[in-house]
Design a protein around this ligand. Sequence first.
Ligand code: NAD
Length: 359
Amino acid sequence: MPVRVGVNGFGTIGKRVADAVARQPDLKLVGVAKTRPSFEARRAVDRGYPLFVAGAGDPGKFTSVGLPVAGRLQDLLGQVDVMVDATPEEVGRENRALYQSAGVRAVFQGGEEPDVAEASFNALANYEACRGKRSLRVVSCNTTGIARAVAVVEPRWGVDRWEVTLVRRAADPGESKRGPVDGIVPTLEIPSHHGPDARTIFPALSIATVAVVVPTTLMHVHVNHVRLHRAPSGTAELVAAFRASPRFHVFAPWEGVEGTPQVMEFARDRAGREGGLPPDMMENILWERGISVSDRDAYFFQAIHQESVVVPENVDAIRAMFELADGPTSIATTDRALGIARTAPASEVPPVRTRAASP
Ligand code: NAD
């Protein structure tokens, strides 16, 4: 029997999580909940996702514009084993009591405070510790990126100190009310909240983060300096470790990817090539040329696609809660279904796929 999943909040994160859940062999997307009709509600209906009305939403507003409604959020809660809450920051906390009283497990997002759930979650970092929990919080996009990198580096060489400067995108591409549209805005809170958030997963990690916001919608970029406990043999060993890990994509120099514009262009090309894949980058993005090791000091840049990086983590969080698989199996299953499973080391120039001759 597949685990029955509902998604409450069908915006940037919710719609992507719903699509990802619908692709998994062991999960069933029962429906999605929204407060208001919109083009995204239309999208849910077009994809065949039963649409439920959340909060104080009025079902008549949906039906009057031709959007069929399957019921209210309470009805959806009666049909699912777990709800993924992808509502705006702090609304998830308000919804928590609803899920608890319906006896439904819940996955919350990083906009909520850590104590909204029993544990904060990242699949590469602490899947096993989260098995069987009734509620989990998938950490934010930036913390997900940091946690994945720590999960690769820490077990191999140990970490004495991790320092990250986060260059944050001003808004998501679909947003028109956030900024700046010009200028650079430092986050004057030092450390930024990302370091403490990373410690909800790695409590003993010595980490400091600072952040600036810049006028772009195309990804965040992290500038990392890690003082390792033991020195790797050289840069190639660190590059190989990132390459070997799921949820990492390392661009080789020959690929000509200079920055986030080409990364997202790559994502759009990949989506076009692999029909049905969203034009997203759910992996941590690294540049081979931007990774450097000098004795115990490691430096690397990574780009994080804020709209999608947490999507596979939401899927794995559900598997961990219901103990459907161990961590590596869950990650592999998720990534295969999403079309992001690793196939070949990126340093190798793949053979050119020639189009079959038309008959
Ligand atoms: P969003 O604004 O794009 O989507 C939220 C959706 O929830 C909207 O469709 C909104 O209409 C709907 N909504 C509002 N109130 C509701 C209610 N009471 N019940 C049901 N639906 C309601 O927001 P988002 O960017 O998808 O963020 C959702 C969560 O994910 C937040 O916690 C955020 O911090 C986190 N997150 C966002 C990003 C990102 O970059 N966008 C990345 C990682 C995590």
